[in-house]
Design a protein around this ligand. Structure first.
Ligand SMILES: O=c1ccn([C@@H]2O[C@H](COP(=O)(O)O)[C@@H](O)[C@H]2O)c(=O)[nH]1
Length: 275
């Protein structure tokens, strides 16, 4: 099954467009795990087990594992998800971007070492930096397009004077992902929930690619406006919330609290479809 079919399957099965972001920071763990980087796997696995029937995807952010020398725990988590929750696709948030030969190694890391179903990539170095990932049949790649952070304006909202019609840079990325770069239908786009007007614009340019939309929850993005701008019956949107869910409580019942917050967010997103 390819990545898009996996997304559709999870969306239908769980009635959800919510992605739980796994950004494990031991200093924010509950008391019995606090500041113990050797418990990252346990923390994440418990959150995933508690929310698997409420999500369209999980999104581990690789930096939170690498910073704590916990790549082995990320491998273990990916194995756990594959073996026990194979109906939930996993997007590895790595934001890679490099020349082709190095990109081949990164692609190998993402898809062979970790066994992710999709990855996030920076498109800044051009098509030859993206192509190595597309050689992995059925895997997905989300290109950064209009990111959720304020600094995204610095480059993404600049006009491309040399391109006919002078689109903004993020609009150009959306066009490439919808058209010439999307050789086998593997590409999606990252668009921040903090900029619903830009989500709407991206949807107009790229109506059929899946969108990964971070920024609801801790970053304050408007969940309802996000769904109104991006949701389409025929192209999945994957709305990520990380810290607001995984740190919903720092007590013993953190996994149950994460489940409650995930359910609340899932229901809010679903209700917005009809609004
Ligand atoms: O534009 C972007 C692209 C990626 N991210 C990542 O998403 C999560 C957001 O976590 P929250 O705790 O829900 O804020 C995090 O891993 C970022 O690296 C993003 O925020 N914006």
């Amino acid at each position: 099954m390819n990545f898009i079919d996996m997304l559709r399957g999870a969306q239908q099965r769980n009635g959800s467009m919510l992605c739980v972001g796994l950004d494990p920071e031991p200093s924010r763990f509950p008391a019995d795990l606090k500041n113990d980087a050797s418990r990252i796997y346990e923390f994440c696995a418990r959150i995933c087990d508690a929310t698997e029937d409420l999500v369209i995807a999980f999104k581990p952010q690789i930096a939170y594992f690498a910073a704590h020398r916990a790549e082995d725990q990320l491998e273990r988590l990916m194995r756990h998800l594959r073996d026990n929750l194979p109906h939930v696709p996993v997007i590895l948030d790595a934001k890679r971007g490099d020349i082709g030969s190095t990109a081949e190694q990164y692609a190998r890391e993402v898809f062979e070492r970790y066994g992710a179903d999709a990855v996030t990539l920076s498109p800044f170095m051009g098509f030859d930096s993206v192509q190595p990932y597309l050689k992995y049949e059925g895997k997905g790649a989300f290109l950064l397009c209009r990111t959720s952070n304020p600094g995204g304006d610095d480059l993404q909202n600049q006009r491309l004077a040399s391109v006919e019609g002078q689109p903004l840079l993020y609009e150009h990325v959306a066009r490439l992902a919808q058209g010439p770069w999307n050789l086998n239908g593997q590409l999606g786009l990252v668009v921040g929930a903090t900029y619903p007007a830009e989500i709407e614009r991206v949807r107009a340019i790229a109506p059929t690619v899946p969108l990964l939309i971070p920024g609801v929850g801790a970053q304050g993005g408007d969940a309802v406006a996000t769904v109104r701008a991006g949701w389409r019956a025929d192209a999945p949107i994957v709305v990520n919330s990380g810290r607001a869910i995984i740190y919903a409580s720092d007590g013993e019942g953190y996994a149950e609290a994460a489940r409650r917050e995930a359910r609340r967010t899932r229901d809010l997103l679903e209700a917005a479809k009809a609004s």
